[in-house]
Write a protein that binds this ligand. Structure first.
Ligand code: ADP
Length: 861
């Protein structure tokens, strides 16, 4: 107090005491009469400087102590303490008022005793009344959203252990007394003792649901529009959406179900499983999983059109888990209908590993984004359909700009021309055009791009990368935007046009025209060629009646009847008739007609008309030639038969008198031989000889007439055997003349046996007969294979033939010798020639007089 002892001793102690405290203090001291020990309340004491100090005194009554006989007072200056207490009171008051005013739920956690002391806001915001029971850490944990608690657990432990950390700040969901979760932010301060052990924690929980909701929704929207505006397929878009939602709400599995086109089923379109590769839990292809309206989770949400939650105890979820996933940890599911234009287009199902909890944030969020997802799915689907349409169209689809560029082309276009999309869009399209089409196209394009009219099957040629040209028929749309773009649809008509050209050429060459009669309007159409055939000029308009009148008078009733018949029952016709052209020329035409019937009524007659005049003329000429030929053939047949008959008669009837001559001559000789003189005998001999030769002639003639009447078929004929047989037949002559017959390798040929024997018989017998008297006949037979024929030769060393007679000897009855020199009838070679020619071959001779002859003949293979 700053006093020296002298300044105090002898003074009344109460003089130093604050007047306000005096009364209370003296009353306290009065109690000393009865009590031995007493502790005063704090009171003010003036120090030497005149300032009031707070003092607290302990008085011990030692009056009865002989040694002391007084009261001992020990005083402590507690000014600092009192001042602190005062300040504390102020701040306590402030805290109290703050607590009443704020919505931050302030807490103080006595860690040693695990007790929370909550500010008023705790009850106000979260609805808990904690008057009776103590609030402990376990209570806190039970109120945290399980998945958030799990998420924060490690962080908390780290913070708790770390001596150097005091500040704690986290956001999580915290359950309100009505069971709903709020988003809160916790800001806390940890008080640790000198060794860093936490002893107290002071902090607050602030409800940030509103702003959190806004940020979440904002964030979702931003992310979604990011996902949806990317140029990816619907499937990968949905994959990303599911992934995002699942991660945002900590869902283990997310499924997206779409209502089928016919609105009869709902099928699994996509799914997402946190931390797993898709497909691992799904034993079926997503789109193979389908349910009906009202069936299973997606079907129920579809029907209810409301966000729906299930818990493990619901049989539905058990069922779903069995069919869709094998994840046993799933405990709850939430289903959100995706509604677009008032229709449920799909359902989002989210599975959680936690039991179902009611979180209004989630509900609001999911409900608010559902229409967004719905709309985006529809848009994406449409976009995808459009893209598919564009890309898979077999026809050309393109977007053309007013400055003459293609700004977009589909794959069909690239494929047709062989240029990439880039190449087609980087230069004006006239670069690809055929030079002859530039002007036309330019005009057409100006008309369409100004919106004046639309192109309708405008055809031009585009150059392909390989340099060839393709004909494309174009149709354009209306102008589609302010920039004046148009859609240009093209079709490759190259084949059609080339075919058309071919047809044109063919009709030109075949002189075929077309015609058509529209039964209703009676209009008649003649193609260019039809007009040409009729020799019509271009201005002539045909009609049915004049059409009929072009036919020659005698043909008109025929064509009229056919026309009428076809109109009645559709009977087609194909006729060859003459017409008289406009210029008065007669021409033959082939006219084909058909009827087009609709419901039993003829609506159109059409057909072709071909100029067949030349053919008809040739046919007619041929016809008359044929007739002449037929006449000759008939005459020939008659004369042949007559000849045959003659030969027959000759052989039989003429032989009879001959035999008579011979036998009477024999009779004459035997009966009257001795009466006749030598001269008479000679006459008889002449007569007999004559008759004999006559008989031979008759036999030879008969043989000749029979040539060519083979009754046998072709067969393989071994020529060696033929020659051997002939030698056998000629044995007598061969022996007589000592003839030598030689032959080399003779072939086996496919031919008729009998005629070949005849040929060789004649040739060999001639070769023996016409030998030189002083020389042995030597005959060589050989064969040569030529390209198309076999050539046989019979060579002798006989008397030979003068080359003047090379032809003559083959003529009937032509002989070069007298009968007494060399006997014969002059028919043999004629027969041979006839046989050879009948077989399709040829015969000729080579010979040198006195040296010998070679007879050659051929037989076709
Ligand atoms: P012919 O019955 O007279 O033999 P051919 O028609 O067989 O009748 O012969 C016609 C004529 O050709 C013969 O009369 C003969 O003068 C002549 N001739 C045929 N073959 C030979 C031959 N190998 N050598 C010489 N002359 C021949």
């Amino acid at each position: 107090m700053g006093y020296l002892p002298d300044e105090l001793i002898g003074n009344n102690g109460f003089d130093f005491i604050h007047p306000d405290d005096l009364e209370h203090l003296s009353s306290q001291f009065k109690r000393l009469k009865n009590e031995f020990h007493l502790k005063s309340d704090p009171y003010r004491f003036k120090n030497r400087d005149g300032d009031w100090r707070w003092i607290q005194s302990t008085a011990t009554n030692l009056i009865k102590d002989d040694l002391i006989s007084g009261v001992i007072i020990n005083s402590v200056d507690i000014t600092e303490l009192i001042q602190t207490q005062e300040q504390l009171q102020i701040s306590n008051d402030r805290y109290k008022y703050l607590n009443k005013a704020t919505n931050d739920a302030v807490y103080e956690w006595d860690i040693i005793h695990d007790r929370f002391d909550w500010g008023d806001a705790f009850q106000r915001v979260f609805g808990y009344n904690l008057n009776d029971q103590p609030f402990r850490l376990v209570d806190w944990i039970s109120l945290m959203h399980p998945s958030d608690e799990k998420k924060n657990r490690d962080d908390w432990h780290r913070f708790f252990q770390n001596k150097d950390e005091n500040k704690w700040q986290k956001q999580f969901r915290f359950k309100r007394s009505d069971g709903k979760y709020l988003f809160v932010e916790e800001i806390g301060y940890m008080v640790r003792n000198s060794s860093g052990k936490p002893i107290r924690m002071i902090g607050l929980l602030r409800d940030i649901s509103e702003s959190k909701l806004n940020t979440i929704q904002q964030d979702i929207k931003e992310n979604f529009s990011d996902i949806f505006t990317k140029e990816i397929s619907l499937t990968s878009t949905l994959d990303q959406v599911l992934k995002y939602i699942s991660e945002f709400g900590d869902y283990k599995t997310g499924e997206l179900w779409l209502v089928s086109e016919k609105k009869q089923e709902i099928y699994l379109k996509n799914f997402f499983i946190q931390g797993e590769t898709p497909g691992q839990f799904y034993n079926v292809e997503p789109e193979g999983t389908r349910f009906k309206y009202g069936e299973a989770l997606p079907g129920i949400v579809w029907q209810r059109r409301k966000l729906t939650q299930w818990d493990e105890k619901d049989s539905n979820i058990a069922f779903m888990k069995a069919t869709a996933t094998h994840n046993d940890n799933l405990k709850s599911a939430i289903g959100i209908p995706l509604i677009h234009n008032g229709m449920v287009i799909g359902v989002l199902i989210l599975y959680s590993a936690e039991f179902a909890v009611e979180s209004w944030i989630e509900s609001i969020t999911l409900n608010s984004i559902a229409p967004f997802i719905g709309a985006e799915i529809v848009r994406k689907q449409q976009e995808e359909e459009m893209r598919l349409l564009f890309e898979s169209s077999p026809d050309i689809l393109s977007l053309a700009s007013p400055d003459g560029y293609f700004t977009k082309v589909n794959p069909a276009f690239s494929e047709l021309l062989g240029y990439s999309e880039e190449e087609l869009t980087s230069v004006p399209f006239h670069e690809f055009l055929h030079p002859d089409d530039l002007k036309r196209t330019d005009k057409e394009y100006r008309d369409t791009i100004t919106g004046e009219r639309k192109a309708n099957n405008f055809i031009n040629r585009y150059r392909t990368k390989s340099g060839s040209y393709k004909w494309i028929a174009w149709v354009t749309s209306d102008l589609i935007n302010e920039d004046g773009h148009v859609f240009a649809f093209g079709r490759d008509v190259t084949e059609v046009i080339e075919l058309q050209k071919l047809v044109d050429n063919a009709t030109q060459l075949a002189r075929v025209g077309a015609w058509e009669v529209d039964v209703k309007t009676k209009k008649v159409y003649f193609s260019q060629m039809t007009r040409e055939i009729h020799e019509l000029d271009d201005n002539y308009t045909p009609d049915v009646e004049s059409g009929i009148n072009f036919y020659r008078k005698d043909a008109r009733p025929i064509i009229r009847e056919r026309l009428e018949q076809a109109m009645v029952d559709g009977t087609p016709w194909d006729l060859e008739l003459p017409i008289i052209t406009a210029k008065g020329n007669e021409r033959w035409i082939r006219v084909i007609g058909k009827a087009e019937m609709i419901q039993g009524k003829c609506v159109k007659l059409f057909g072709s008309l071909q100029d067949i005049h030349e053919r008809k003329k040739i046919e007619q000429d041929l016809q008359s030639v044929n007739e002449i030929l037929q006449k000759y053939t008939r005459e020939l047949e008659i004369s042949n038969t007559e000849l045959e008959q003659f030969a027959y008669v000759a052989s039989h009837d003429l032989q009879e008198p001959l035999r008579m001559i011979t036998s009477f001559m024999d009779l004459l000789k035997s009966r009257y031989g001795d009466q006749l003189d030598e001269k008479a005998h000679e006459y008889i001999l002449f007569a007999t000889d004559g008759a004999k030769r006559m008989r031979q002639i008759i036999l030879d003639l008969l043989q000749f007439s029979k040539v060519g009447k083979s009754e046998h078929d072709k067969e393989p004929v071994n020529m060696i055997e033929v020659v051997k047989l002939v030698c056998q037949l000629q044995q007598k002559q061969i022996k007589e003349k000592g003839a030598l017959i030689m032959y080399d390798n003779l072939p086996v040929i496919d031919t008729y046996r009998a005629p070949l024997i005849q040929i060789f018989q004649n040739l060999i017998s001639n070769a023996i007969k016409y030998s030189k008297p002083d020389q042995r006949p030597s005959i060589r037979i050989h064969a040569k294979e030529l390209k198309q024929v076999w050539q046989f030769s019979v060579e002798d060393n006989g008397i030979g033939i003068d080359d003047n007679y090379f032809e003559k000897i083959f003529v009937i009855f032509q002989r070069l010798h007298q009968k007494d020199e060399y006997s014969g009838t002059g028919i043999g070679l004629t027969v041979v020639k006839k046989i050879v020619e009948n077989l399709g071959g040829r015969i000729w001779v080579e010979s040198v007089l006195e040296k010998g002859s070679v007879f050659h003949f051929t037989i076709p293979k």
